[in-house]
Every structure is written in C-alpha cells, then in structure tokens.
Design a protein around this ligand. Structure first.
Ligand code: SF4
Length: 370
C-alpha cells in the first residue's frame, strides 16, 4: 500500500440497485424520473464523477456526493495495448489494490471477429485458498470486494478502453465463491435490464472447488457458466497444487458437479494448468479425460505461467500437445492455449502484488507448506 489518504468509505453508486436508488431519491424529496437519469449516467455513459452528470441539478449532485462514491475504483495504471491483453490496476478506498484484465477474444471462436472482449474480474483483495501456482494467494487474504467494487471493474474497463465488454469471467484475484453474496449482488446489477443488461450466458464464475457454494449456485435461476480450477486429476496430485482439495476432495467435488449438471445447468469447464513434472503425466491426462467425460465438460489446458517467487516450470510444447491429444482421443473437447499477457503480469494477482510489495516479490514462508 502507498501512504495516500484513505477516501471516505461511502457506498459506491454502481452497487446500489435501481429499487434502492428509487427509495433513496424519494426520501431525498427528488422526483422519480431522476432514477433513470442517474442509472443512465452510471451504467450507459460510465460517468465516474457527479460533476459529469450534467442533467442533474446541482443540489441533487451535492446530495449524491454526500451519500455515495461516484465510482468505487481509482484507476492507477494500465499495462498492455488494444490488440493484446490490457491489465488495469485500481486503488480502493482503503488503499488496497485490485486488478482486472481485458482480453481480446480468439477470432477463430467468433467467426473471424476480433472485436470481442472478455474481462477477467477480481472478487477479493488477496485470497485465502493458497493455490500453489497463484500470485494472488502469496500475500494471503485481505478482504472481500463489495458489489460496487466488483461491478465497477466492468464499468471502469469499458470507460478506460472505450470498448464494450462482451464476456465476463470471475477469475481474477480471489475466490469468487468465498464472497458469494457480494458476487451475486454484482451479477444482478451486471445483468439487470435497468443497469448493464449483460446476458447471464456471457458470465462465467470460476472456483477452486468450494463444494457447498457450487451446490448453492446450481440452484440459482440464472444460466451463467461455471469453471473449475482442477489442475490435478487425482487427490494426491491435486492436493499438492491446491490445498482446498484437503477440505473438499475430488469425490465431493465431482458429486457437486454432477448436481450442477442435474439442475440443467449450462457450460461447465475444467481449467487445468500444465506444470512440468507435477501434473502433466499421461496417467493424469487419462484420469482427467474420465472426469471430463463423466461431467460433459470442456477442458482448457493452460501451460504454466512463471510466477516470480514460485519454483515450478512450464512443460515443453510437445509435452503439452501430447497431454491434449490424450484428451481429444478420449472424446473430450480440449483446448490448449498459450496464456495471453505473459509479458504484462497478466496471471492473476501479479500486478497488484508488485504494487503492494515492490518489484521484488518475496514468497511468504507461510505459503511454502500450503
Ligand atoms: S487460483 Fe483463485 S482460489 Fe486459488 S489462490 Fe489464486 S485466486 Fe485464490
């Protein structure tokens, strides 16, 4: 953290539901039509100050400023460029940092169109789950983001880039399902017809495998996708990479995913980071294929992205292709992608860690045994 003064912790305006805003306006003695005007400034025009809301009266702007923050995120830095991956670093009111990553879509998946954008959104400052490949877990958990701080990342990314975000993945810093209430409040705002109006099918929630919350999410009425950070196809291998597996071993996780499927849910993806000599054996590929077939899930293979302070290595390309081929030959839909943004610290948590700890990352001793 830097030493700049902490901004007063008023609620972010983009975290207020339209109904709550209507109530607030009525109590403030303002006419009802002001609600649509304010929502238009926040969600369509992406205004980040009350001064910009020029069709509101000056007294109303003052009242708003005394009750809300116009935007919960202070933009500090952008890395990358429009034709690659861009990473945005934001400072929060308490001096903490979060980051969002804007990724151009692979044109091959969109009929040659290269104008599609996916935003990778953070849900917590830090993370308590300590996955051993992940920069976000290095400094431990600090706090949950509120709904405004989650949804505000989308508004800020669209305002800063001047581009529309087509898809959202809750896959940035933090474990989204450990912050389920705020996450679902943000999802309601992002998909609401009076707010951003994104289709739920364009949202994917990622988790390291929190079984009770997966079951709760399975019963949610909206049809967003689910991505599981699997990274190991047997308990011994997964446990060495993901401590969460001790609490919810594979049998429990697979049963929860069967439940997800039984609820008629849509997209289910298994994310699998390939780490040299850790989880990239033929035996792991065959086991992974068995899980994916059982779950009717797609598999994303991601060669390991070097993290300063961590010891693991990326397998060579022929090893990665062999692993993918075993899955494909078993009838599994599997993609092998070179992770975008390698050169701008796009793996989750890396830019924020550098901001908070300085350029030289130190791996905390407490993480070594996790
Ligand atoms: S991969 Fe996700 S759940 Fe695991 S430590 Fe990183 S942020 Fe947390």
């Amino acid at each position: 953290m830097d030493s700049q003064p902490v901004i007063a912790a008023l609620p972010g305006l983009c975290g207020i539901t339209p109904d709550a805003l209507r109530r607030w306006l009525a109590e403030a003695g303002e006419p009802a039509f002001r609600c649509a005007q304010i929502l238009d400034w926040v969600w369509r025009k992406k205004a980040d100050s009350f001064d910009a809301m020029t069709n509101l009266s000056a007294p109303l702007r003052l009242k708003l400023a005394s009750a809300f923050r116009a935007h919960p995120l202070e933009h500090r830095e952008t890395r990358g460029s429009a034709d690659t991956t861009r990473k945005f670093l934001f400072r929060l009111h308490d001096g903490r940092y979060v980051e969002s990553v804007l990724i151009p879509a692979n044109p091959a998946l969109y009929g040659g169109r290269s104008d599609r954008r996916t935003l990778c959104v953070s849900s917590q400052v830090g993370c308590a789950y300590g996955c051993r490949f992940c920069a976000s877990g290095l400094a431990g958990f600090t706090r949950n983001l509120d709904a405004a701080e989650i949804a505000g990342q989308v508004l800020a990314a669209e305002r800063l880039s001047g581009e529309r975000v087509d898809n959202l993945v809750f896959m940035g810093m933090g474990e989204p399902l450990a912050n389920l209430r705020h996450l679902l409040d943000a999802v309601a705002l992002l998909t609401g017809t009076e707010t951003l109006n994104l289709g739920a099918r364009h949202l994917t929630i990622s988790t390291s495998g929190l079984v009770p919350q997966i079951r709760e999410l399975a019963d949610h009425p909206q049809q967003f996708g689910l991505a599981i950070s699997l990274h190991g196809a047997s308990d011994d291998v997964r446990e060495a990479i993901m401590p969460v597996n001790r609490k919810w071993p594979l049998a429990d996780l697979l049963a929860a995913l069967d439940y997800w499927n039984s609820r008629g849910r849509r997209k289910l993806t298994l994310e699998y980071i390939l780490i040299d000599d850790v989880n990239d054996s033929d035996a792991q590929a065959r086991l992974l294929a068995r899980h994916a077939r059982r779950l009717h899930a797609k598999v994303n293979l991601i060669p390991y992205n070097t993290v300063d302070g961590l010891d693991w290595r990326r397998p060579d390309e022929s090893r990665c292709r062999k692993f993918r081929d075993i899955l494909v030959q078993a009838g599994v839909r599997a993609t092998l992608r070179l992770e975008k943004g390698h050169d701008i610290d796009a793996a989750c948590g890396q830019l924020r860690l550098k901001q908070e700890t300085g350029e030289g990352l130190v791996r905390p001793a407490a993480m070594r045994g996790s």
